[in-house]
Design a protein around this ligand. Structure first.
Ligand code: FRU
Length: 878
């Protein structure tokens, strides 16, 4: 993540920094002087760079100073310029430094002026000889071949000065009537031109025409003549600059007789430079065309130039604007980059914060889960001791010998055990909800009636606290939901209300129908809940600041159970004024009516142990049965009277595992399912009575072996006979003595045990005879046959055993174990080893052959089992 961020930032920065700032070529321009001619040239050079974005120009002006120009060129070399454009002040004085640049690999363009060295890359400029020659001819013509002329030269050692003079002199040679009376140098400067003219006039020279090698000197000379009052003297110059104050205006105005366009053409110079730099073809010596300017064409040329100047100005302004925009654009780019960086950083920070929140949340979740797991484990641990406290207390509390004080104390114990038991089951229930194991057991019931019942449970405690209870329910309210869970929801809310409502307060329990929904409310005028705590009170383990005590799980369970019903649990509360808990849920839950729920509602068959948190494999009854399951025999109590069932449960549960059913039919189903060790059944019951139950049981192969004690108010002898005829193993009349019942139960279980021990230790036929029940005899015969038939089949296992005999695994196990004291696998193994012994003693087969013949898959395992069974190695049988 961080790496990506850095890469993106880098790309943004690079893209922002790239663009026109990184020009490739730096061209140094070394000018010998500073004047309007060179200004024009410099301007043209700059303008030309507009079409090349990879060129930067650097200007230096030596102000007619050789030394300075050399220094400036040295500096250019140091800076590593790409190309040098130079107008050398003089032909010889600065050649050395130009050679140096050239030798350093810097291309050199000589412009306008030359050196005496051949070390240059290209030259561009006008033909100065031509210029001098043209002006000579013009003067000669103007004078008609006769007259006196003076020449004012530029800088003595500069190439234009030398060449112009040569051209002029050569032109004059054709006119013998013209005399060059003087020749002076004025270093290209106006004031120097004026000075030399002044000096010549002072000498009273006769002069008709003055040829100055540039316009500036010509105008200076003209001004000197004017000062001297000399009127008929004529002047010409060179340059003919078409700019204000330039030579072209002077010609137009008649102050100069003529001039010669000495072109600047910075555009062509730049083109040449680029050709050299980009290794394109170019000419080494490039001469620019000049033109004579007289009063005839000066005006036209000026107008023409004016237009060009306007265009140039417009172009420059446009370029200025573009530059401006570019600068703005670059600024914006920088802002954009900064903005992007800030956005990226913000995004990064947000991601970081989000991740930390998620991580913290996960840690909290894990902590809560660990807490819940811890409570679950403790709850499991607590359940057995609680049962062991509750059952004996329930048992003793009915003892008529107890005095009032003892009973009171026991009732305290009973109440507190009930509180603990409820707490434990709430934690376990909550765990179930969390694991998604909590299911709805739907039944149809009258909610109004149920609410009346639930509410009545609080009447006594409300009375004690002087709390007024109000119930607001319709006459009847038909509902399809999980009755027990709804009861728990209401019970928890009412308990809560009781807890937080002060003496003399009021609690209202109401239900109303709104469309297809029911709304159940529990309102109180108790202490209320702070506004900021309200969103959390349904969270597990949450305890409000003013909570008295508790685990914080009750309301969480309310919410979970409500949501299981696709409903909503909310609270409205004001601190100091009271609270209203509101449960809304559909009146009718979609789904099948649960058979187990309907049994619970109308024919309660309740398994004592219904532990959903016990791992699955431990619930499979195979050869490995949990020790406590085998250790505690299981008794099924069938009676339609719930008090009798409760009483028997209380009396038996300390010794036996107790299950209950409310009539013969549900009892039979239950017996088939759990295969108990003994059944106590009432005779007079709805749906299916005890006699019918007994005879069906005794005909059912899976459960026929289970001893049945019939319990009835009937005590007539012939009825007893009827009972025994239906297969009952014992008969006890009501009212019965608990001790008698306990000893009868014990007897039957013990004699069943003895029978099975007999089965495993003695001749099977003896035991067979002792079986009273025909179904059991048939079963044993069948069992033996199946074992014998499959002795040699190593693939034959418990599943197939069950399939063949027509019993489930549990039934087969329980049945075989009860009858024989052995598990089916042990029986099978025993029979295989018996056959093996017979084979070893009566045949020549090897140990391995015998092992395979009796269905062992490896001889070593066979030998091990053999040793365990007979305390002999198979080989020792020989
Ligand atoms: C400008 C200038 C021009 C002249 C040229 C000769 O600096 O003096 O007037 O024509 O130089 O190099």
């Amino acid at each position: 993540m961080k790496q990506h961020l850095y890469i993106m930032l880098l790309i943004l920065l690079l893209s922002a920094c790239s663009g026109n700032n990184g020009k490739k070529y730096v061209i140094g321009v070394s000018q010998c002087s500073e004047d309007i001619w060179r200004d024009k040239l410099n301007n043209e050079l700059v303008m030309s760079t507009y079409q090349y974005d990879n060129v930067t120009l650097k200007f230096a002006s030596a102000n007619d100073n050789d030394k300075l120009q050399k220094q400036q060129i040295e500096q250019f070399i140091k800076e590593g310029i790409s190309l040098l454009i130079v107008s050398p002040n003089q032909i010889h004085t600065i050649s050395s430094v130009i050679d140096k640049a050239y030798d350093a690999g810097i291309p050199v363009i000589l412009f306008d002026r030359k050196t005496d060295s051949g070390k240059y890359t290209a030259f561009m400029g006008a033909d100065n000889y031509e210029a001098g020659h043209e002006m000579g001819q013009f003067i000669a013509q103007q004078l008609g071949g006769k007259g006196n002329v003076v020449e004012i030269g530029g800088l003595k050692g500069s190439s234009p000065s030398i060449e112009r003079d040569r051209g002029f002199t050569d032109a004059m040679k054709a006119y013998p009537g013209i005399r060059i009376v003087d020749r002076r140098y004025a270093d290209w400067l106006k004031n120097r031109g004026e000075a030399v003219m002044d000096s010549m006039l002072r000498q009273c020279m006769e002069i008709d025409y003055v040829f100055a090698q540039n316009d500036r000197m010509a105008v200076g000379a003209l001004q000197a003549a004017e000062k001297h009052g000399v009127k008929d003297l004529k002047f010409v110059g060179i340059d003919a600059l078409p700019v204000p104050g330039g030579g072209m205006e002077s010609v137009r105005d008649g102050r100069l007789m003529a001039s010669y366009i000495y072109p600047t053409r910075g555009d062509l110079v730049m083109q040449l430079a680029l050709n050299i730099l980009e290794k394109k073809p170019y000419k080494r010596d490039n001469y620019l065309k000049g033109t004579l300017v007289t009063s005839n064409n000066a005006n036209a040329l000026l107008l023409q130039n004016e237009e060009i100047m306007k265009q140039t100005a417009r172009l420059q302004s446009l370029h200025g604007k573009v530059d401006n925009y570019l600068a703005q654009y670059n600024h914006q780019k920088v802002y954009l980059v900064l903005f992007s960086i800030i956005v990226l950083l913000l995004v990064g920070i947000m991601i970081y914060v989000y991740r930390s929140i998620v991580a913290r949340h996960r840690i909290e979740e894990e902590t809560v889960a660990a807490k819940l797991q811890f409570f679950t484990n403790i709850s499991h641990e607590l359940r057995t001791p609680l049962t062991l406290i509750a059952d004996p207390v329930d048992y003793i509390i009915h003892d008529s010998n107890l005095n009032a004080q003892q009973r009171d104390m026991l009732q305290i114990v009973q109440r507190n055990v009930a509180v603990l038991t409820r707490l434990v089951s709430e934690i376990l229930d909550f765990r179930k909800v969390q694991n998604g194991k909590m299911k709805l057991h739907l039944s149809d019931f009258d909610l109004a009636e149920s609410m009346r019942q639930w509410f009545s449970l609080f009447a006594t405690s409300a009375q004690k606290k002087n709390i007024s209870l109000q119930l607001e329910v319709p006459e009847a309210l038909s509902m399809r939901a999980d009755h027990d869970k709804l009861e728990r929801i209401c019970y928890n809310l009412l308990t809560n209300a009781m807890k937080y409502t002060p003496n003399g307060g009021r609690i209202t329990f109401a239900a109303s129908v709104e469309g297809d929904k029911v709304r159940i409310t529990v309102s109180d005028n108790g202490i209320g809940i702070a506004h900021d705590e309200q969103p959390y009170i349904f969270n597990r383990f949450y305890q409000a600041k003013n909570a008295e005590h508790g685990t914080g799980i009750g309301l969480a369970l309310v919410k979970a159970f409500t949501e299981l019903h696709h409903g909503l649990a909310t609270v409205e509360s004001r601190e100091g004024e009271g609270s209203r808990f509101i449960i809304t849920m559909p009146l009718r839950q979609a789904g099948e009516l649960s058979s187990s729920r309907s049994e619970q509602a109308f024919s309660p068959v309740v398994e004592t142990v219904a532990d959903e948190d016990v791992p699955n494999q431990a619930r499979h009854i195979d050869d490995l049965v949990l020790p406590d399951e085998t250790a505690r025999p299981e008794v099924l109590v069938i009676d339609d009277n719930s008090d009798i069932r409760a009483y028997l449960r209380t009396a038996l549960s300390s010794i036996y595992k107790v299950s209950e059913a409310i009539d013969g039919k549900s009892g039979l189903e239950m017996a088939r399912r759990i295969v108990p060790d003994l059944i106590i059944s009432d005779i007079m019951m709805p749906v299916m009575d005890g006699l019918e139950f007994c005879s069906q049981l005794k005909q059912d192969k899976a459960i026929s072996h289970i001893p049945v004690i019939l319990l009835t108010a009937r005590s007539l002898d012939d009825q007893r006979v009827e009972g025994y005829e239906h297969g009952a193993d014992a008969y006890i009349s009501k009212p019965f003595s608990l001790r008698l019942l306990l000893s009868r139960i014990d007897n039957l279980i013990q004699s069943r045990k003895k029978l099975s021990q007999l089965f495993s230790n003695s001749d099977e036929n003896d035991v067979f005879e002792k079986l009273s029940n025909e179904t059991d005899k048939t079963f044993i015969t069948q069992l033996r046959k199946i074992i014998q038939d499959n002795l040699g089949d190593s693939e034959f296992n418990v599943e197939r055993f069950g399939d063949e005999i027509g019993l489930s695994r549990v039934q087969l196990y329980r049945k075989v174990k009860a009858l024989t004291g052995h598990s089916p696998v042990e029986m099978l193994r025993k029979a295989r080893l018996m056959r093996a012994r017979h084979l070893l003693q009566t045949t020549d087969k090897s140990v391995s052959e015998v092992a395979y013949a009796v269905g062992f898959s490896t001889p070593s395992y066979f030998s091990k089992c053999y040793k365990e069974e007979f305390d002999l190695q198979p080989a020792q049988e020989r």
